[in-house]
Structures are given as C-alpha cells and as structure tokens.
Design a protein around this ligand. Structure first.
Ligand SMILES: *Cc1c(COP(=O)(O)O)cnc(C)c1O
Length: 351
C-alpha cells in the first residue's frame, strides 16, 4: 500500500467481480447476466435520449421511479433508484448502520456485504448457513444488527418463503432488515407486500439480472416513505445525479415492456430446469435454484478443476475459493444453445 492510501482502509479487500473478458470469445455463464439483449423499446428510448446528454439527468429519476412504482403496484414515494443495486446497498449501509449495532449477513452470500462493512467501518457478523446451505430464520431473530439477506440467496440459489422473511422482519423491530431480491423474478417470493406492514423493511432490486440491463447499472429499493426519504438524504449527499439520462429512459422502457420481460424470464426458467435435469443425470449435486443460475458440484472433481477445464474449452463459469463452497461452481443460465454447449464440454471433462 502506498503511503498516501487511507490508513483506516489499509486492510480493505475489494469485491472481486466475475471475469469480464473484453474480447468476447467465451460463452459467458459467470456473472448472472441475461443472455438476451434489452427490449427493442429500450434501445429505441436510448437512441431518442442520447441527443440530450449535454444536460444533467433528472436527480429525482422521476420517469424511472414512476415506471417502477406502476409496474410493481407500490406508491410512488416508496421508490428510490440507484447506480446498480450495489449503490442502493451502499446507501443502506450509510443510512441505517451504526458503530454500536453493526451489520450481519449469511456467511455464504453476496460478496459485497462484507466489503461494505469494511468500507463503512462497521462491525460485521457472518451467520453460517445450515449444513444444507439454507438461511435459518431463527438465527436472525433479535440480532441487534442491521440485517442483509439475499433472497433468493447467491451463490446458492436457495429461496426463503415469505413467512420466513416476515419472521425475521418481525423479530427485529428496532433494526432495519434489507432483503436483496436481485433474483426474485426467477421464481422467488417477493417481500414487497410486507413493506406496507413493516416500517423496518427495505426490499432491494436490480435491472441487471431479470431486466436484461446489467450494463446500464440500475437498481432500486422499495420501502416506506420515511426510509426512502432517508436514503434520498444519503443519495443527495453523495451523488445526486446517480442515474444517467440513458439509464433512466432505458429502465423506464424496460419496466413498461412486461411482455418482453416475461418472455425472457420464462425462457430462462425453462432452460434452467432442462440444465438441472441434465446435470443430475451426469451425477451432479445441484442445489434447488429459484434464480438464473445453478450451484452444482460433482464428487471426485474440485470446483476449481471444473472451472479451469471449462475455461480451456471456451466456457466461463464462476468458482469461489472459500472453504465451504470450494467444491461447487456457479453456472449462469444462458440460452438453450449455450447450455447445450456447456453440457457437451462438461461431459468431456468428467469422462
Ligand atoms: C448481481 C447482484 C447484485 C448487484 O446488482 P447490480 O444492480 O448490478 O449492482 C446485488 N445483489 C446480489 C445478490 C446480486 O447477485
């Protein structure tokens, strides 16, 4: 570390994104993007907006937030959007965590939670998943901390039911519970209806996975107005123009094009089930997925080997080195054609 770098952050371990090779020669099943392009209506909206890029974007993101509110059936003052849900999560860390309380999250979950803990100088507690990789709601009751849970969880793909989420929210009336629903559109149960009932619940969503817009960087949160106002307080103290003009119109158009959205997620879920059954036929253990990826392992093969051998054959999946999950690989569901190519290469490897 250079002598100018913040001493307070000297031990910081940054988040490591999945590989994004810029030569595009791989079948990319490693970062849970959609294999389908954005809706044609999104592309049209961006084209029309691009001539206005000399002007700042709307700091209220009104057309985007209104489209989100309308599509999800929530009040318009219950929405805030941000530069990816990563930024929204960061706002939650800034707004709702304190030195005395700190944060908690599952030990196996989204890699950003512990990174933000360090960036914002908070005490963090990683709560172990059960042996079968589930979040046990009882472990989160009266936590005394701000809680971050991805539901469905990543990289496991496993989902909690709404009753279990409610137990956690109810069991922490003096703390904020953030439910990160990055993958909920692929078969999970959303906690949005509970936001009306509980003043301590924030639901975070993204356009990166189910709305075909990872590259546009759009995320949002749904919560009661008071919490949204407080998140806005942070946003306007940090980056008031956090969504650019193109992202605002792209997101609004994507939210309105329900037909395209449903077609894409329907296809992903169909191909997911095909992929799961082929993996099982090949002797893989596959965790039950309600997401656009599957988490799988095969006895006798390390996750590292499968990752490396697939990469040699032009296919990228994600491997995590941490002890409990090092035998697994996480495979994003691509098009049926991509998954057929993946299965073919995988068969070669395990032969
Ligand atoms: C992908 C992902 C995010 C980040 O989404 P962006 O909106 O692209 O920043 C957040 N949480 C989880 C659990 C994710 O998998």
């Amino acid at each position: 570390m250079g002598r100018f770098f913040s001493k307070r952050l000297s031990k910081l371990l940054p988040y490591v994104p999945g590989e994004q090779p810029q030569d595009m020669q791989y079948i990319k099943l490693n970062t849970n993007e959609s294999p389908f392009p954005p809706s044609p209506k999104v592309i049209e909206a961006i084209g029309a907006e691009s001539g206005k890029l000399n002007l700042y974007s709307d700091p209220e993101c009104k057309v985007l937030n209104d489209a989100i509110a309308d599509a999800l059936g929530v009040d318009r003052d219950m929405v805030i959007s941000g530069n990816g849900s990563d930024e929204i999560l960061a706002f939650c860390y800034m707004a709702f965590c304190d030195d005395e309380t700190g944060v908690c999250y599952p030990d196996i979950s989204y890699g950003f939670y512990p990174v933000f803990k360090d960036v914002f100088f908070l005490d963090g507690k990683a709560i172990p998943l059960t042996d079968d990789f589930r979040v046990n709601p009882a472990d989160y009751i009266a936590s005394g901390r701000t809680i971050f849970i991805a539901n469905p969880n990543a990289p496991t793909g496993i989902s909690l039911g709404l009753d279990e989420i409610e137990k956690i929210v109810k069991g922490n009336p003096d703390n904020i519970v953030v439910i990160d629903e990055a993958y909920v559109d692929f078969g999970g149960e959303t906690a949005i209806p509970l936001t009306y009932k509980y003043e301590n619940l924030i639901v975070v969503r993204t356009f990166s996975k189910s709305r075909n817009l990872a590259g546009a960087r759009i995320g949002f949160a749904i919560a009661q107005k008071e919490l949204i106002d407080e998140l806005n307080k942070i946003k306007f103290s940090f980056n008031p123009y956090n969504e650019d003009r193109l992202a605002i119109v792209a997101g609004a158009a994507a939210m309105k094009d329900t037909e395209y959205f449903e077609k894409c997620i329907g296809e992903i879920m169909r191909v997911r089930e095909l992929t799961v059954s082929k993996l099982k036929e090949m002797g893989f253990d596959v965790l039950p997925s309600k997401t656009n990826f599957v988490f799988a392992k095969k006895e006798g093969f390390s996750g590292e080997t499968i990752y490396t051998e697939l990469k040699k054959r032009g296919i990228l999946v994600r491997h995590f080195k941490s002890e409990r999950i090092k035998d697994f690989v996480r495979i994003t569901i691509g098009t049926e054609e991509q998954m057929n190519a993946f299965i073919e290469k995988l068969q070669e490897i395990i032969k």
